[in-house]
Design a protein around this ligand. Structure first.
Ligand SMILES: [Zn+2]
Length: 421
């Protein structure tokens, strides 16, 4: 086998002729000269349609390819321009890279796979790319995965709609999750009725009317848009958000108690109720360590208000854990308890929940999983932090879809492997 053919196989090149290779003496990189097969040449870079040539372009270009052993590899080729009926004069398509990309398809694919399966710093170091470039790459890969996945909305019946903040909480994404598969179906920057309207447009009239259940966080703009586009769907409150409201009410109660202790000069007591005990109160009781259990016991002994707030929070979690008719009965009891408990934050909360009581009961009856909504929400928040350094919100959205969109993402070339060893 000639060495050029070996290079072609090693680099996974298809529809491509390898003309030769040399090591760039300045950079130490392997530069492989290539050209497309005749049948893959003279095609529009945007749409791939065969079209007449325009000129020879502006000299050779290089694309970063996957490494060969320890060497960084670049493909080098002349790229003529063609005249497409639809797209005018454009750079011709090349089989090894996406239009306007500086990396080969396999390089992009490998980066995307690593992004999904390893850490941010592993990807950047292992592939020798800066994080900003990774953003552009996942964006390109996502577009192709979307195209390959076909109809992502087929059979969707139960969805959750959520808003998630990014960029230090100044900007928002609307996220739509499929309750049955846990996949993120759709996301878009913004948080208005119009933003959500775009989702329903993409879903199409027929599928809008097939939606059985839509859960959300109680925001008016979501409820209004759902009422408009999918009036038959049962509207549910996401249990996750209701429990978060109770967490907030509990924390407000704790802060008031801590302040009172401080102004009354009870140093030890105000320290006990300080921010340090927040996590103890937030955590599920079964997850508390010995020290946190002791803190909780101290609070039970010394501050009935804060301990009652804690019990109210826990009881609300129990309401959702029970679910069904039993959950609905527990909810009625909980609302009564909260409304008459003399803790202002919980009296207010009971008042607010009265507005949503039907939606909350729908969630209970349909046994909407709190865990799923919560975990998607948590993962997206984490990804918005990982995406820090990406240039565009599109790259952030692509990162989210890569992780949570349920795509079939594989390493390049692995489909051809017959021998696992
Ligand atoms: Zn074209």
């Amino acid at each position: 086998m000639r060495v050029n053919k070996v290079l072609r196989l090693a680099l996974g090149l298809v529809d491509t002729v390898v003309l030769g290779a040399c090591v760039d003496l300045v950079t130490g990189d392997l530069v492989v000269s290539v050209r497309p097969w005749r049948r893959a040449s003279s095609r529009c870079g945007v749409c791939g349609v065969r079209c007449p040539g325009y000129d020879n372009g502006s000299g050779p270009r290089r694309w970063r390819s996957v490494d060969l052993g320890l060497l960084r590899v670049y493909l080098e080729a002349d790229v003529p321009r063609v005249r497409c009926v639809t797209h005018g004069v454009v750079v011709a398509q090349v089989p090894w890279a996406r239009h306007n990309a500086g990396h080969t398809r396999d390089f992009d694919q490998m980066v995307a796979w690593l992004v999904k399966n390893t850490s941010r710093s592993t990807v950047a170091q292992f592939m020798r790319v800066v994080w900003r470039t990774v953003g552009a790459i996942v964006n390109r890969v996502r577009a192709d995965l979307d195209a390959a996945a076909g109809d992502r909305f087929a059979g969707v019946r139960r969805i959750g709609i959520d808003e998630i903040s990014y960029k230090r909480r100044h900007k928002y994404l609307v996220v739509v999750v499929d309750h049955d598969t846990g996949r993120v179906l759709w996301l878009h920057p913004g948080r208005t009725k119009q933003t959500l309207g775009k989702f329903f447009n993409e879903l199409g009239e027929e599928r809008c009317h097939q939606l059985e259940l839509v859960s959300a966080d109680g925001a008016d703009w979501i409820a209004e848009m759902v009422g408009l586009r999918a009036p038959q769907a049962q509207r549910c409150m996401d249990p996750f958000h209701v429990v978060m409201w109770a967490m907030d009410a509990m924390d407000a109660t704790r802060r008031v108690a801590a302040k009172k202790a401080r102004t009354e000069g009870q140093k030890a007591h105000s320290a006990l109720l300080g921010p340090g005990c927040r996590f103890t109160l937030w955590k599920n009781p079964e997850d508390l360590n010995a020290r946190q259990q002791a803190t909780l016991a101290d609070i039970e002994r010394t501050n009935q208000d804060v301990f009652r707030a804690y019990l109210l929070k826990e009881q609300l979690r129990a309401v959702f854990a029970a679910g069904g008719e039993a959950g609905c009965e527990l909810l009625d009891k909980w609302m009564e308890w909260a409304a008459t408990c003399d803790l202002p934050a919980f009296v207010d909360l009971a008042d607010r929940m009265q507005w949503y009581v039907d939606e909350i009961k729908n969630s209970l009856v349909h046994r909407l999983s709190n865990a799923r909504v919560e975990s998607v929400n948590t993962k997206i928040r984490l990804l918005t932090r990982i995406a820090f350094g990406f240039k565009s919100v599109e790259a952030l959205m692509a990162l989210v879809m890569l992780h949570l969109g349920g795509y079939d993402l594989r390493l390049p070339g692995r489909a051809m492997t017959n021998h696992p060893h």
